[in-house]
Design a protein around this ligand. Sequence first.
Ligand SMILES: CC(C)(COP(=O)(O)OP(=O)(O)OC[C@H]1O[C@@H](n2cnc3c(N)ncnc32)[C@H](O)[C@@H]1OP(=O)(O)O)[C@@H](O)C(=O)NCCC(=O)NCCS
Length: 143
Amino acid sequence: MEITVRQVDKEEVWELRHKVMWADKPFDYIKLEDDDLGIHYGLFKGDDLISVISLFINNRECQFRKFATLQLEQGKGYGSTLLDYIIKEAQNNGVKRIWCNARKNKVDFYKKFGLQETNSSFMKEGKSYVIMEAYVQSIMGIT
Ligand SMILES: CC(C)(COP(=O)(O)OP(=O)(O)OC[C@H]1O[C@@H](n2cnc3c(N)ncnc32)[C@H](O)[C@@H]1OP(=O)(O)O)[C@@H](O)C(=O)NCCC(=O)NCCS
């Protein structure tokens, strides 16, 4: 089955976000106030949406949020493909710093993509998070 990555509308990421990340909360819980400002990406296997992530670019800094792969499709490399793709997109857009609020159990995963833990961490809804970041060079060589 063909794997493709493309930009999607915010409505397309909501269902997967809800199912994977906060299934025990009401549907609206996973909507972000900033979703209109985000660039949303989906990885598809054939026509099926398997993994999603949202980028928020601000002053050459880019936060990625709400990264989720369908449970049954996790651990097969789809999330890595999507993360690689959006890191390149960020570079192409002249982003200098890419960061996320990482769930603590995902720290080692993000390290593989060159993100490092900062010393900012926090708890939310019983889950612990740490801010992770990487300074990226623009492919275009813009400083
Ligand atoms: C985080 C998340 C999006 C990753 O998506 P994914 O599609 O499972 O990502 P991958 O398959 O590329 O990588 C997951 C793991 O499988 C491993 N893996 C990748 N391809 C593999 C393969 N072909 N065979 C075996 N293992 C593989 C990766 O090395 C990685 O290992 P690690 O977690 O020990 O570092 C997914 O786990 C998820 O949705 N989690 C719940 C929501 C969540 O926590 N979101 C992130 C909040 S910070």
